[in-house]
Design a protein around this ligand. Structure first.
Ligand code: TEU
Ligand code: CA
Length: 578
């Protein structure tokens, strides 16, 4: 570690906790059934009471909402659905008054097809001055344009179907790795990069404290845009190797850092969302000496329950796979890299249903266990709205219950292919992003206090039992457990600075690890029973007289070298190593 660059564990965000707000589903102040900025303002005291240090706002910019705002048509304004720039300024002031920071969602791998940049690029034709702001290519040689297979390569969109759409007026195709209404920007064009940097500086000058960067590792693509290999029986080729962490990705992120973040006196946070990133690449992205990003969202641990048929081909999670993956990221980033730690976000199903037990008997207890295991890892934890309440997946019963383009396209595509409807619905119920997007559950009144109107997506009927109001007044609630975990992160140096050592890596029900911090002569032991049966475990000696930092059940006995954990029981103990 070069002397002049502090290690990531010494940065302000290393003991911070980030809370993600999905504004559309957080709090509706004007009864139109959609969350808005005023609704967030009215809930800032709740977030401050939880102890969040940073708020991450999913996009609130003008958008046609083809992908719920991840398709932006104006980067420097607020969508009227959510409010105005004046509302935003009031929100930002309210966040800062409470000692919190606010980071925006930066979606610059693509824009909306309704962004003026794209309409100029499309309507200006092949010789237009904005044509090269996006990725246009002629049909595949010898093929009739607009017919299946005439696309310039065989890549598939993340939202089903080809990653190219034909523009008959110009006779060319444009690339969209996501929906056809989300054309990819051409980051190889310096004009594009400078326009993005200018927009980012505009938000920093407005007072925001950083960015979560949407699929930022896709912005550099192999310029040849070659066909991907076609797996047996597949309808599309694998494009990922040609656009995940492409040839100029580090150059672009280092340039962005120089052009936007260099020399800022304020404490800023940058986190890159990076599907497909490896530990080795993440070490390069997050090494402070390289000045690229502070941390990344990796996707390994949230892909372990996927079968060969992709994300909706759900398989049971093997705990040893989860431990191997998270353990690799803990040790692999070492002293120079830094992890973001998450179970949930607006794209992931609710972790208490996915990796825990959302039955009334064990929902709260397993939610606390999952939070404990995550928050005691080395890295910066992210809490997704409602996770702090133990909110669970929704009981969707029909495709009419879903709203997400990814789910609706998947349903349409699989139905056309003749897949059994029950199989399609089963996969969607387990993995649809709409599980994370049902409205925040504030209280037991109609629509969980989210709206006085009709919510854009149904509230989970369990809101009568699972809601913020009930938990704020219950000291043993999931909410107060999260609040204590956040307090620990602010006060216990071993959580931020300690090393990581996995215990019993081959055990299929026990998640156990130690964190040792020599500087504070402290060692932590985390043990967690990932299952519905008692579990007697062999523990290292010398923990009998240790302090209990946090636990989701009262201890049955001192932590002797053999200890029986009850279903979904977790404990964190601390001892001095002086
Ligand atoms: O998500 C990137 C990403 O990996 C998504 O494709 C997501 O994981 C999806 O479920 C894949 O199956 C970001 C945003 O978080 C997501 O909401 C957007 O839809 C996407 O990019 C495009 O902006
Ligand atoms: Ca509203």
């Amino acid at each position: 570690m070069p002397e002049n660059v502090a290690g990531p564990a010494d940065s302000w965000w290393s003991n911070a906790v980030v809370y993600q707000i999905y504004p559309r589903s957080f709090a509706d102040s004007n009864a139109d059934g959609i969350g808005d900025l005023q609704g967030i303002i009215e809930r800032l005291d709740y977030l401050s009471q939880l102890g969040a240090d940073v708020l991450w706002l999913s996009p609130v910019y003008p958008s046609p909402h083809d992908d719920n705002g991840y398709d932006i048509s104006n980067y420097q304004d607020i969508d009227p659905l959510f409010g105005t720039l004046a509302d935003f300024d009031r929100l930002l002031a309210g966040v800062h008054e409470r000692g919190m920071k606010l980071v925006m969602d930066l979606v610059v791998n693509h824009t909306s097809d309704e962004h003026p940049w794209f309409t100029a690029s499309r309507d200006g034709g092949p010789s237009g001055d904005k044509r090269d702001w996006y990725i246009w290519r002629p049909p595949r040689a010898g093929m009739d344009p607009g017919t299946p297979g005439a696309e310039p390569n065989n890549w598939e969109s993340w939202f089903s179907g080809p990653a190219w759409t034909y523009d008959a007026a110009s006779g060319e195709y444009y690339l969209h790795t996501f929906s056809r209404k989300q054309p990819d920007l051409n980051w190889d064009n310096p004009e594009v990069r400078q326009a993005v940097y200018a927009m980012m500086r505009w938000w920093l000058e407005r007072g925001v404290d950083g960015f979560r960067m949407d699929v930022i590792n896709l912005i550099s693509k192999d310029p040849a845009l070659p066909d991907g290999i076609m797996p047996e029986g597949a309808r599309f080729g694998l494009g990922h190797p040609y656009y995940v962490c492409g040839p100029r990705i580090h150059e672009y992120l280092a340039e962005m850092h120089r052009e936007v973040f260099e020399g800022h006196s304020r404490q800023l946070l940058t986190v890159g969302e990076m599907p497909g990133v490896t530990v080795e690449e993440a070490q390069l992205f997050t090494d402070p000496a390289r000045r690229e990003v502070d941390m990344v969202f990796q996707f390994e641990h949230v892909g372990l329950d996927e079968g060969p048929g992709g994300k909706f081909d759900v398989r049971p999670l093997k705990l040893t796979d989860l431990k191997a993956s998270l353990g690799r990221w803990q040790t692999g980033l070492g002293e120079t890299g830094w992890n973001s730690l998450y179970w949930n976000n607006h794209d992931q199903p609710r972790v208490v249903s996915r990796f825990g037990d959302d039955s009334p008997a064990y929902r709260d207890r397993s939610a606390k266990l999952l939070a404990t295991v995550l928050h005691l890892h080395r890295g910066t934890p992210y809490i997704y709205q409602g996770e702090e309440l133990g909110m669970a997946n929704a009981p969707f019963t029909s495709i009419d219950d879903f709203r997400d383009i990814e789910s609706l396209n998947y349903h349409r595509e699989q139905t056309a292919l003749g897949t059994d409807p029950a199989t399609i619905l089963k996969g969607l119920r387990h993995r649809s992003r709409d599980n994370a997007r049902t409205p925040m559950q504030w209280d037991a009144t109609e629509h969980a206090g989210f709206t006085a109107g009709t919510p854009w997506i149904a509230v989970n009927p369990d809101y009568v039992d699972v809601n913020a109001k009930a938990q704020l007044s219950d000291p043993d609630s999931v909410f107060h457990y999260y609040r204590r975990l956040i307090e620990l992160r602010h006060t216990e140096p071993a959580i931020t600075h300690g090393d990581f050592h996995m215990l019993h890596p081959d055990h299929e029900q026990l998640y156990a690890f130690t964190r040792h911090n020599a500087a504070s002569s402290t060692e932590l032991l985390v043990i967690a029973n990932f299952g519905g049966a008692d579990l007697t475990v062999d523990l290292p000696d010398g923990w009998e007289d240790s302090d209990t930092l946090i636990a989701n059940l009262p201890a049955t006995s001192p932590l002797t070298s053999t200890y029986t954990l009850r279903p979904w029981e977790t404990r964190v103990h601390r001892r001095s190593t002086a």
